[in-house]
Design a protein around this ligand. Structure first.
Ligand SMILES: [Zn+2]
Length: 378
């Protein structure tokens, strides 16, 4: 009897716990691929969207949030922001870190210095995102509705845009643009054209895997690039052979793997249209490198949020950054647990009181009964 009551109590507690615990993520959205060949957008979707191949990943980005991060329709999004206001800045796209061993207009040190400029820019953007995340939550760790709303859509590049979710994703997205460009603009993951001599018009390819140790955005260490690493020199007249400041140098035009078709769900890359991208599987390697690196940077961003702000706040920030309805989806889990525990305690206490009163009554009745039994037989 006592055991049965205990079982009922346990059952009540379990049900209470199940009802009050936060539910799983809402359903997955469909994506609008719209027939564009926006490579940054599409590979970002393949890497991080809940509608992409990472759909099982708990920290994937839900549709409206992904629309802002990756861009959509005519919107550049956070990833595309450097193509609107930093278009001619080589540091934002890892350009001008060009070098080929032998007689070459620039030294290895100059090339590495340009790479450091690019790395520092990405680290700065990564850091801006991490700083802005602090404003996602209130003093008690609650998600602030005014900081996570996406309606109207975030306005990257606009100083009046102050919503924490918008500015966090803008910093992270601009950093992602740089790491993705590194794979499209450098020879890290590609191969030279075997049919032509190696030189400024056909620099060696390093055929290296992603992620790259050079792209550690959490750290502050100076990169130690392979001796033959090169990106392309960029000027407005982007041609092969190089002209103007890019004369006799590896050019963006000659080395880039920027253009082709990318499946926004699987990341499959086909139909390259640039000369270097058409050599072997260079375009596919650049895209898969960029997808892998994008996932690594998101992992590092999450780790840094937790390291900086603690596990509870860090995880709630990650939830707020990825869900389309963070106010409802990223409730204060601790408060819920505390309420469940309190209700549980009350039920246990009530049960104990009832049980105590009954056993007292039973023992009183028992005492009365045994007192009667002690009398003479009648
Ligand atoms: Zn770029």
């Amino acid at each position: 009897m006592r055991r049965r009551r205990f079982t009922v109590l346990l059952g009540v507690l379990v049900v209470l716990g199940l009802v009050a615990a936060p539910g799983p993520a809402a359903g997955f959205g469909t994506i609008d691929s719209g027939g564009q060949s926006r490579e940054h957008e599409r590979l970002t979707r393949a890497a991080l969207s809940c509608a992409g191949d990472v759909r099982a990943e708990p920290d994937c980005f839900q549709p409206a949030t992904m629309d802002y991060l990756a861009g959509h329709g005519h919107e550049f999004g956070a990833i595309g922001a450097p193509d609107s206001d930093e278009l001619s800045d080589p540091a934002a796209h890892c350009d001008d870190a060009d070098y080929v061993a032998g007689a070459y207009p620039r030294t290895r040190m100059q090339a590495t210095a340009s790479l450091v400029d690019c790395l520092n820019r990405m680290r700065m953007r990564f850091g801006e995102g991490l700083d802005a995340a602090q404003r996602l939550l209130g003093p008690d760790g609650e998600v602030l509705a005014g900081e996570v709303g996406l309606d109207p859509e975030c306005r990257p590049r606009d100083e009046r845009e102050v919503r924490a979710k918008c500015t966090t994703l803008e910093g992270f997205g601009r950093a992602l643009h740089g790491v993705q460009d590194f794979y499209a603009h450098s020879n890290w993951a590609d191969q030279a054209d075997p049919a032509r001599p190696v030189g400024d018009e056909n620099p060696p390819g390093l055929d290296l895997p992603a992620p790259s140790p050079l792209l550690d955005l959490r750290g502050a260490a100076a990169p130690d690039p392979p001796a033959d690493l090169s990106t392309g020199c960029y000027v407005a007249r982007d041609e092969v052979p190089g002209v103007g400041a890019c004369q006799l140098r590896v050019t963006h035009a000659g080395l880039n793997k920027d253009r082709g078709q990318i499946d926004p769900v699987t990341g499959a890359a086909t139909d390259p249209t640039t000369p270097r991208g058409m050599v072997g599987t260079n375009f596919a390697k650049a895209v898969s490198g960029a997808v892998t690196e994008t996932r690594r940077e998101w992992q590092d961003f999450r780790s840094e949020l937790v390291a900086r702000y603690g596990t509870d706040r860090g995880e709630r920030m990650i939830c707020a950054l990825t869900r389309d309805d963070p106010v409802n989806d990223c409730g204060a889990a601790n408060t819920v647990v505390a309420v469940v525990a309190l209700v549980g305690l009350l039920v246990v206490a009530l049960g104990a009181i009832v049980w105590l009163r009954r056993s007292i009554r039973r023992s009183e009745r028992g005492r009365a009964g045994s007192a009667g039994g002690a009398g003479p037989d009648r």
